[in-house]
Write a protein that binds this ligand. Structure first.
Ligand code: TXA
Ligand code: MG
Length: 327
């Protein structure tokens, strides 16, 4: 459901970036909140708008892999293999940083995260702009990422004047992040590109995650969270708990997969697509909608424990983490 943006809007957005201001733009994963990555003052505005601690590094978006050397150094062969296979696309590589990269982008770390997005509007913007665009997901810190331009406006209101509307993001969850800054590549954040696909491309296993890995804020235990407490459980428990909470006078929302809607008055019910791609595509829109229904809890039916659902389960676990403390 990608849609195009008039050329004049792209030209305007690139000028806004050059002037050191923020531009929200679509990517195939989620919307990004972008600033000129070579301008530390501009990058600082991202942290202010998001309410994000400035120690959390940002992803630099570039139009093609040719620009890697402007941002990274000592790029290992494995990074080139992954770039060739998955770019443009929903993959972010963490590499040793080029000394020119402002500390504001990297959170002062010796590494930098880089991605070449495939969304045609992101591509057009990056080509017109010419340089790198530092962009986190376009949501306030800790909240659910935005997958439409309307969600971006919900998050930031007038604080971000320039929002390019490229339609609903295709993938719907954030990019897979792979650390290529150390001897063996390792997975820092699961995404639509699975560990199995990465290992197949590399022809070797990924390294197990360890304590020395670069920091990733998207891996904070609680993240991607609606304001309403989220509880994750098997389908039969969802129905049971929905009944019992309702009897206690609570208003309940359910994000269901396959079960039939129970006969409960005032139950807010959302049936998610049965396939992983459809589920991911709708996930954040569904969570936003359920969050806005004024319920006491969002009960989420646990997806299957198979590779295809790995990144979705990761996001749901984080959405649910810490929810119990809110009761
Ligand atoms: O799909 C995506 O990746 C979206 C779109 C807009 O590209 N962006 C996104 O950005 O999800 P953000 O900032 O919400 O998440 C990026 C993650 C953060 O968890 C950050 O900690 C991690 O990337 N990251 C950035 N630079 C890093 C670095 N040098 N080392 C390790 N992790 C890094
Ligand atoms: Mg984010």
């Amino acid at each position: 459901m990608t849609h195009s943006v008039p050329k004049a809007d792209i030209t305007h957005a690139a000028a806004v970036l050059k002037a050191g201001e923020l531009v929200a733009f679509p990517t195939e994963t989620v919307y990004g909140l972008g600033a000129d990555a070579s301008n530390a003052d501009a990058v600082q505005k991202i942290y202010a708008a998001k309410g994000r601690p400035s120690s959390h590094p940002l992803i630099v978006h570039v139009a093609d892999a040719v620009q890697l050397a402007n941002w990274a150094r000592d790029i290992p062969p494995a990074a080139h293999v992954l770039a060739k296979k998955f770019w443009p696309g929903p993959l972010t590589l963490v590499l040793k940083r080029n000394p020119k990269v402002p500390d504001a982008v990297t959170g002062g770390q010796d590494t930098v995260a880089i991605r070449v997005p495939s969304h045609p509007v992101a591509q057009a913007l990056l080509r017109e702009f010419g340089g790198g665009v530092a962009a986190p997901s376009a949501n306030r810190f800790g909240r659910v990422s935005a997958t439409t331009a309307a969600h971006v406006r919900e998050e930031f209101g007038d604080a971000v004047a320039c929002v390019l509307d490229g339609g609903a993001a295709d993938v719907g969850i954030e990019s897979t992040i792979v650390d290529c800054s150390r001897a063996t590549p390792s997975l820092l954040r699961p995404g639509w590109i699975t560990p199995q696909q990465l290992e197949a491309a590399l022809g070797a296993p990924l390294a197990a995650p360890d304590a020395d890995a670069p920091r990733v804020s998207g891996t904070l235990e609680k993240h991607y969270s609606p304001q309403t407490p989220v509880m994750l459980m098997e389908g039969d428990l969802v129905i049971e708990l929905a009944h019992s909470l309702t009897r206690q006078g609570k208003k309940v929302a359910v994000l269901a997969r396959t079960t039939l809607r129970p006969l409960i008055d005032d139950l807010v019910w959302r049936a998610a697509p049965a396939d992983a791609a459809g589920y991911a595509h709708d996930l954040y829109a569904n969570l936003r909608e359920l969050d806005q229904a004024g319920c006491d809890a969002i009960l989420v039916e646990q997806p299957p424990e198979v590779a295809e659902w790995y990144a979705i389960r990761d996001r749901l676990n984080r959405a649910a983490a810490g929810s119990g403390e809110n009761h």
